[in-house]
Design a protein around this ligand. Structure first.
Ligand SMILES: [Zn+2]
Length: 362
């Protein structure tokens, strides 16, 4: 049985901001954030010029952690903020040590920086043996995070994928000291996304066989849509001009949605619940969805994720796209809308500004 999570709804509606913004357009997004969160953005930018923060992104797989971090970076235009995904990091190192030079470089770093129960040789074999971080010891993962940070200029960081298991939580509490960020603030960012949202994002995703651009039949349509007479199904055609309207295809297994990753989602959820009880570290609460009946009071309609259906005129064969708000049941069974990423990031900016302002080392 799932413990219920019911984070406060963040109000993005602002008195006096009546114009609509096209949130898919970067220039419009800039205006949107300025209109809704100008003072908070100024607070964060001022902080970033002199100091850094460490934010742990806590949420299930496929909750959009990378998307939210990248939007935050976009808003801070060029200030030093980075996204560090532990999963990507392990995969990159796995690739890098395939050649002698990369291997020697990592070995030298581990010799000076890794403390744990493996020899350096064993540690490298462990990384080589698997392309994912699971089953690697926390001590080794921490050494790899340090390795990655040593290659970047000092920047604020969104850490994605750590802590991933209950036994990593106490390491996370002291990670900023281990990383050499001791004087800088850290905080946890909880992202609550209904399982039905994750499920449909997986179920309906398609990819261009040529340029690999991802789209989603229900949630992110292309300009041109076709109809397959034999299968009686609609399909998306790649927008990329060089792909010549290639038919986008689903990935094998995606039709199962979250079923294959259910155990992983449950493990993520347990870590999430445990971290919610932590004391002494500031917390940011984000929710991807809000009840349909409350939407009008809290958000503007262009902030709600649309869904797409398709209709075909049987006489002419012309396919048209029908857009309407996407309605799903959240994990508590409440009929809900899902917010577009910028509207979730609005809550992130507001809460981070408050944390940085209250930080005593400011
Ligand atoms: Zn393409």
């Amino acid at each position: 049985m799932k413990d219920k999570i019911d984070f406060p709804i963040y109000r993005t509606k602002r008195d006096g901001v009546t114009r609509r913004f096209n949130l898919n357009d970067p220039a419009e997004r800039k205006l949107y954030f300025k209109a809704k969160l100008g003072p908070q953005i100024a607070i964060i930018k001022k902080f970033l010029k002199k100091r850094a923060f460490v934010a742990f992104l806590i949420g299930k797989k496929n909750t959009g952690k990378g998307t939210y971090s990248k939007l935050f970076m976009e808003i801070m235009d060029g200030e030093r903020v980075g996204h560090l995904s532990v999963g990507d990091l392990v995969r990159d190192i796995h690739k890098a040590i395939a050649d002698e030079k990369g291997r020697a470089e990592l070995a030298a770093f581990l010799k000076d920086n890794y403390r744990g129960f493996h020899t350096v040789e064993e540690a490298i074999n462990l990384i080589e043996g698997r392309s994912q971080e699971k089953l690697m010891s926390s001590e080794l993962i921490i050494a790899l995070i340090k390795y990655e940070i040593s290659k970047r200029p000092k920047q604020s960081l969104f850490i994605d994928g750590f802590p991933r298991a209950l036994d990593q939580i106490s390491y996370a509490l002291f990670l900023k000291e281990i990383m050499g960020y001791g004087d800088h603030p850290d905080f946890l960012v909880f992202i609550d996304v209904p399982e039905n949202v994750i499920d449909e994002r997986i179920k309906y995703r398609v990819v261009c066989p040529i340029c690999k651009t991802p789209r989603n039949m229900r949630l992110l349509a292309t300009k041109d849509v076709g109809y397959d007479e034999d299968k009686k199904k609609f399909y998306l055609m790649c927008d990329n001009p060089t792909c010549n309207k290639a038919r986008m295809v689903p990935k094998e297994g995606d039709e199962l949605g979250i079923e294959p990753i259910r155990a992983r989602l449950e493990a993520d959820h347990q870590v999430f619940l445990q971290l919610l009880t932590l004391q002494g570290i500031p917390k940011v609460y984000l929710r991807n969805s809000l009840p349909v009946e409350k939407a009008k009071d809290y958000v503007d309609d262009y902030e709600i994720t649309p869904s797409y259906d398709y209709e075909r005129d049987s006489a002419t064969g012309v396919v048209s796209t029908v857009e309407k708000p996407w309605v799903i049941n959240d994990d508590n069974g409440v009929s809900s809308y899902s917010l577009l990423p910028p509207a979730v990031v609005a809550g992130l900016i507001d809460q981070i500004a408050a944390i940085l302002q209250n930080n005593k080392h400011r």
